[in-house]
Design a protein around this ligand. Structure first.
Ligand code: UDX
Length: 439
């Protein structure tokens, strides 16, 4: 089966490479010549563990190719996947579908025979129907079937999530669309992955409902963490007790500085807009969005409090600036709010991140970037753990203590054991757990 994948971002490139892994012939298309040139040379424009090897293997086998020529790619394909970005439209929170409809126009022009056009990008409910109308109007001469196949991969575990998904969701309105998606995902039958066929609107909504529910789950445990700090409970134990209930499940119950990334923030906002558009207000999601935004500022207060009430003239070391570990992605990372706020309160901020600094430099101009975690701790009046990269879990606490001006550790991801840290001579502040003075 031959497919075209339009868009070589996090979703498009991973999906293209994984479909090649499933044995399909895949042509990945992007307008960005620089990106395509990089991919042609075997270089990967994003950091995603294992993606370089997967792309190289299938490029070598001739199953995966890259081009800027959408027309040529689309012509020979049985299915065309749209995996372009659908960022939040500045100002009103709607998903910006400019790239989706631009791709659709080009696809309509290029098609020469019956084809299935699949939206893999996260698109608001009703977009598939709109695309169907566009293709009917543009190419009444051709049978173009629109389908929805939202992606659930997580950055940092994207390949695993694509190759061994909990489920595949397909919105189809024709036999041809059903068969095209069933063929594309056939290898998953071997591992009995549930492949759900439903309508366009239902498939589109499953994606937004899933991401918004996960964002809700995180925000719930974050508020429980605040209460734990007041009543002297331990949020990690609360999360454990909750998660042992089969109806809740233990995942996505890690409290932290608030969710970020390229999806939860934009998908929750876009779902709110859909709720307004169809006069069905989503008050829980509305609260999740505002609580999460407020949480980043609460984290600034937590850091200031840990420094005795002021950071003016102090040096704050920060470990981790990406929105989560195992990615270089800085989109909507809590660091983009927290670090400038610390600067605004007069602190000097020095930071280290294993993968994010290249992206972060342009976004956080007033931060001093360090070569490693101990450099970020040097002469610091406090050290803040903002992203839970594994490399931080094994840091030598004695060495950190010697580097710092004042032994204050603010662990916004609860990666350390408070007892161990206080015994190493630090005053410890975590999330949803007791703040403890140095032993
Ligand atoms: C998310 C969805 O998980 C994925 O299914 C969808 O396809 C894209 O959006 P992603 O944004 O890559 O994936 O990362 P994810 O691991 O979901 O984390 C999102 C944010 O939530 C991060 O900022 C992370 O730090 C935060 N998070 C996650 C928590 O604070 N606590 C948790 O328990 C889990």
């Amino acid at each position: 089966m031959r497919i075209a994948m339009i868009g070589t971002g996090y979703v498009g490139l991973v999906s293209g490479a994984c479909f090649a892994e499933f044995g399909l012939d895949v042509v990945c298309v992007d307008k960005d010549e620089r990106k395509i040139a990089m991919l042609e040379e075997g270089r990967i424009p994003i950091f995603e563990p294992g993606l370089d090897t997967l792309v190289a293997r299938h490029k070598e086998a001739g199953r995966l190719s890259f081009t800027t020529d959408l027309k040529a790619a689309v012509r020979q394909s049985e299915a065309v996947f749209i995996a372009v970005g659908t960022p939040t439209r500045r100002g009103d929170g709607h998903a910006d579908l400019t790239y989706v409809f631009a791709a659709a126009e080009e696809i309509a022009e290029a098609l020469e025979g019956p084809t299935v056009v699949v939206t893999k990008s996260t698109v608001p409910v009703g977009t598939g129907r709109r695309l169907q109308r566009l293709f009917r109007a543009k190419r009444p001469d051709l049978a173009i079937d629109v389908a929805s196949n939202p992606e659930f991969l997580r950055e940092g575990s994207a390949i695993e999530d694509f190759l061994r998904p909990d489920r595949v969701v397909c919105g189809v309105e024709s036999e041809r669309a059903h068969d095209a998606l069933a063929n594309a995902y056939r290898p998953l039958n071997l591992i009995e992955t549930p492949i759900m066929f439903t309508t366009l609107e239902t498939a589109e909504l499953v994606k937004y409902a899933t991401n918004s529910f996960l964002a809700t789950k995180i925000t719930f445990i974050n508020e429980m963490a605040d209460l734990c700090e007041k009543v002297g409970a331990d949020v990690q134990q609360v999360a454990k007790g909750m998660g042992l209930d089969g109806r809740i499940g233990r995942k996505f119950l890690h409290s932290g500085p608030g969710y970020g990334g390229s999806c939860f923030p934009k998908d929750t906002l876009a779902l709110l807009r859909s709720g307004e558009q169809y006069d069905s207000p989503l008050r829980i999601v509305e609260t999740v969005v505002s609580v999460n935004e407020g949480r980043k500022r609460r984290m600034v207060r937590k850091i200031v409090d840990a420094c005795g009430g002021s950071v003016a003239g102090k040096t704050i070391g920060v470990l981790g600036v990406t929105f989560k570990p195992n990615t270089d992605d800085m989109r909507d990372s809590p660091s983009l709010v927290i670090l400038p706020a610390l600067r605004a309160e007069g602190a000097k901020v020095q930071a280290f991140d294993p993968e994010g600094m290249r992206e972060a430099e342009a976004l956080l101009p007033e931060v001093e970037w360090c070569a490693g975690p101990y450099d970020a701790a040097r002469q610091a009046d406090a050290l803040v753990i903002l992203t839970e990269w594994n490399v931080f879990r094994g840091l030598d606490l004695g060495r950190l203590h010697d580097e710092m001006r004042r032994p204050v550790l603010v662990d916004l991801r609860n990666i350390f054991d408070p007892l161990q840290v206080t015994q190493a001579g630090f005053a410890y502040t975590g999330i949803g757990r007791a703040t403890t003075p140095a032993a």
